[in-house]
Design a binder for this molecule. Structure first.
Ligand code: ADP
Ligand code: MG
Length: 330
């Protein structure tokens, strides 16, 4: 250690002191974490499990775009990690190591401490060690997270495995996050439970583990249920029919005039949408833990490409797969 108290040997107010203060011991990972060398050198050294493939995913959150600049810092820390955990969940991978790159317009110690609390709490209970990152100054607050995980070779759930006849399921009650966002944008306070669905999404890691060997395809719902199911269909070369009356709506979403639209096209839910071959639907019930999130059968995969919404009489209307697209409309 130097006079500044930083193992990185610079002044107390400097970048390295900042890293040491906030990140060095944030989520170290225990003896079983596979971290041979964590924060403090030029690279982290990681020890993957034999017989496993590495799964890697990156997602960035930009202040003012992905969350309001005045959002609760702890919630932002939670969500920055949660959206990446959700991507690993979608493939039934086990998350293990995370890298956190922050671009900060200014050093706000209170904000950073809150951010780190939210990030660390979720990392610790997900079994993820923080092994590196980058800290720079820049014009806007940007949080870039790269998450590494593992899955036994051949066990990852992909988007491309859906086949005609498979049942389509969704976990939870999609549309909640979009409703919370709508209320906030109108200047209304959403009920606490709804607000949590937007600000503290719970990545469906345990559900995903149960789906190994059961689901034929899986995706996490970030852009909207229809858009994300559309990705499964495109990757699998199939189409899907959704039964409008089967959509699981929370009471709050059901009370909206356009509740089904919210459930189909609202983003940010981080639930799982997955397909199950008919002969494995029995296994699904057995595989789900007692405290698993509700999983609802909302339709089926068909050979004809495209998405279709069936009304109560079984009449099919084409369903636009439109979800949130950062580059849409120029
Ligand atoms: P380099 O200049 O070699 O890229 P840095 O000075 O950026 O190294 O970072 C020093 C160490 O601190 C590295 O091990 C890096 O992974 C880690 N680090 C930097 N910022 C963060 C952060 N926000 N979270 C976690 N680790 C970080
Ligand atoms: Mg660096």
């Amino acid at each position: 250690l130097t006079a500044g108290g930083s193992p990185f040997g610079d002044s107390p107010g400097g970048e390295f002191a900042l890293i040491a203060r906030h990140f060095l011991d944030l989520v170290p990972g225990g003896a079983e974490s596979g971290v041979l060398l964590g924060i403090g050198d030029d690279c982290a050294l990681l020890d993957p499990s034999p017989g496993h493939s590495l799964a890697m995913s990156s997602d960035s959150l930009i202040a003012g775009r992905h969350f309001p600049a005045d959002s609760d810092a702890e919630g932002v820390g939670h969500k920055a990690l949660a959206v990446n955990l959700s991507d690993l969940a979608a493939m039934a991978a086990q998350p293990r190591w995370v890298s956190l790159s922050l671009t900060l317009p200014e050093i706000d110690e209170d904000w950073l401490a809150g951010f780190c609390r939210g990030f660390a709490a979720l990392a610790a209970r997900s079994g993820v060690a923080l092994v590196g990152g980058d800290t720079t100054r820049g014009p806007a607050l940007v949080i870039a997270v790269t998450l590494l995980g593992e899955c036994r070779s051949g066990q990852a759930l992909r988007r491309s495995g859906a086949r005609p006849g498979d049942a389509v399921y969704v976990s939870g009650t999609p549309g909640d996050a979009a409703l919370a966002l709508r209320l906030l944008q109108r200047g209304e306070a959403p009920p606490e439970a709804l607000r949590r669905r937007l600000e503290r999404p719970e990545p469906r890691l345990e559900l995903a583990r149960a789906l190994r060997g059961v689901a034929s395809a899986c995706i996490d719902v970030s852009d909207g249920l229809a858009a994300d199911l559309g990705h499964i269909c495109a990757a699998s070369g199939v189409g899907a029919r959704i039964d409008a009356e089967a959509l699981p709506l929370s009471a709050a979403v059901a009370a909206c005039g356009d509740g089904r639209q919210l459930a189909l096209h609202g983003g940010d839910d981080y639930e799982l949408c997955f397909c199950v071959p008919a002969e494995r639907e029995m296994m699904l019930g057995l595989a789900l833990a007692e405290d698993a999130p509700q999983c609802t059968r909302i339709g089926s995969i068909c050979a004809e490409p495209g998405l279709w919404l069936l009304d109560g009489e079984g009449v099919a209307a084409p369903l636009a797969a439109a979800g949130f697209d950062h580059f849409a409309g120029g």
